[in-house]
Design a protein around this ligand. Structure first.
Ligand SMILES: Nc1ncnc2c1ncn2[C@@H]1O[C@H](COP(=O)(O)OP(=O)(O)OP(=O)(O)O)[C@@H](O)[C@H]1O
Ligand SMILES: [Mg+2]
Length: 259
């Protein structure tokens, strides 16, 4: 198991922050890693220092214009971490791909051509269950769901997970649910603490032990085009994402053993 999608149809829950820093951490151990930015906002690409004028060729060109995927891969300033950028056209993916036969398999067909070159491939998904998220779920072997501990977010995750299940029933072989990640946790709030208990009681072991606390360093790092490991290696955010990486690798190994 090595292809992981970061998924939540709710916006602003820490998907991109998680995808970027997880990818950076994966790459820190000499592994070759590819991060694919599937969001029209291109936040993951900006977070790794790519300028708005420099997004082409993107995964949009691969999916919509038959650009060979090899040509869309670029290096980042992080050793071992490669990136395929997002771009604005991704916002129209559902319309552009509406009449494409086998449209939910297009990403998988492209990624298969290069997956041997990588130890890990990570997808940063858009905040919707668009055709791009469906493609990510078809291509990935596992997915994680970041969520902020707020009441409506909990309701959102319940809806999301049953929607994903329906999608998966419809298209057959798809990614396994690896777990829920609590992000932007504000430990000073009693209400947050109660909600976390609710989430942990409801989803039990599927919730990662690691919680990502509110961290100004995590919010600042993208502005410098850096991962948390370069921007603030000693920060709590950096420690938390390292703990999360260990938990994720552990779960991927376990799932592999079960299959
Ligand atoms: N642990 C954290 N502490 C403080 N700020 C954070 C944390 N995680 C993420 N942020 C900030 O919160 C905002 C939303 O995070 P992020 O972009 O990762 O979410 P997202 O789910 O990818 O959003 P979208 O759905 O729009 O793609 C960003 O400005 C990010 O820098
Ligand atoms: Mg994002």
């Amino acid at each position: 198991m090595k292809i992981l999608a970061v998924v939540n149809s709710k916006g602003g829950v820490g998907k991109t922050t998680t995808a970027v820093n997880l990818s950076a951490r994966f790459a820190s151990g000499d592994a070759r890693v590819l991060l694919i930015d599937l969001d029209s906002q291109s936040s993951a690409s900006f977070s790794l220092g790519v300028g708005r004028q420099n997004l082409t060729p993107s995964i949009g060109n691969v999916l919509f214009d038959q650009t060979p995927i090899q040509e869309s891969v670029r290096r980042t300033s992080i050793d071992g971490l490669n990136l395929i950028t997002g771009s604005m056209e991704l916002a129209n993916a559902d319309v552009i791909m509406a009449n494409v036969k086998g449209r939910e398999n297009q990403l998988k067909l492209a990624v298969e051509r290069i997956s041997d070159e990588y130890a890990y491939i990570v997808f940063d998904c858009p905040p919707s269950l668009s055709i791009l998220t469906v493609n990510a779920l078809v291509t990935a072997e596992a997915f994680i769901v970041p969520m902020c501990p707020q009441y409506l977010a909990l309701e959102g995750v319940i809806t999301l997970l049953s929607a994903v299940e329906k999608i998966q029933e419809g298209i057959g072989e798809t990614a396994e649910f690896l777990g829920i990640l609590l992000t932007m946790v504000d430990k000073r709030s009693n209400a947050v603490e109660e909600l976390i208990q609710m989430v942990r009681n409801h989803y039990k072991d599927t919730v990662f032990d690691t919680e990502i606390g509110i961290s100004s360093a995590l919010a600042e790092a993208p502005g410098f085009g850096q991962s948390i490991y370069d921007y603030a290696p000693e920060s709590n955010g950096s420690k938390a994402y390292t703990e999360l990486t260990i938990e994720i690798l552990d779960r991927m190994l376990k799932k592999e053993g079960e299959n």
